[in-house]
Design a protein around this ligand. Sequence first.
Ligand code: DC
Length: 219
Amino acid sequence: MPADVIAIDGPSASGKSTVARRVAEALGRVYVDSGAVYRGITWRVMELGVAAGDVAGAVAALGRMKVAGSVVERAVKFTYDGFDPGGAIRAAPVAERVSEIAAVPEIRAKVTGLLREAASFGPLVMEGRDIGSIVFPDARHKFYLDADPRERARRRAAEGQGEDGEVKRVLGAISRRDARDSGRATAPLRVAPGAIVIDTTGLSLEQVVERVMAAVREA
Ligand code: DC
């Protein structure tokens, strides 16, 4: 039986977070932000004082770390050694470091396991980069949201999500992160086989949600 998961993958600021939340709400599913787990682990690794570039130190720290998930208001929330990092996972220090952490195969293996375990919470909508390709290759529904990089930079700048500053600087940060996420050896950002690709450039949030919902209804 396919996993009862709606996988929504795509690059940063492609609109997938908001769309995934809306779809989960509309269908009464539990929402999972997989990027938040990479960010949470990055936050904790930094709290523990592991220096940038110390891959072995990060892997060892994660080996000792207790990561626990529970459902809070229909979304899976993770704690790291009992701590909830809150908004710190969106701030610049974590945003700058997270793709280094997310590129480490041992760390990806651990996160993939944690994300698969979340299926025990019920039918899910999970967003990320490799949900349809690696985490749940047998997901019932797979989507890949994309958008022109300039459009994504405009959206991210308007959100004021840590990566503050003007569109040009955000565009630089997004392009660097895209390159790292797509270029890494383990689970690079790719369109999963069987995924429906939606280019959200020029579409409203409502239009994207409607397309996803229509595809889910049709299936
Ligand atoms: O979606 P986000 O910006 O919160 O993701 C944070 C980082 O984690 C980003 O560098 C991509 C990475 N990530 C990943 O490698 N695999 C996922 N399934 C989700 C996020």
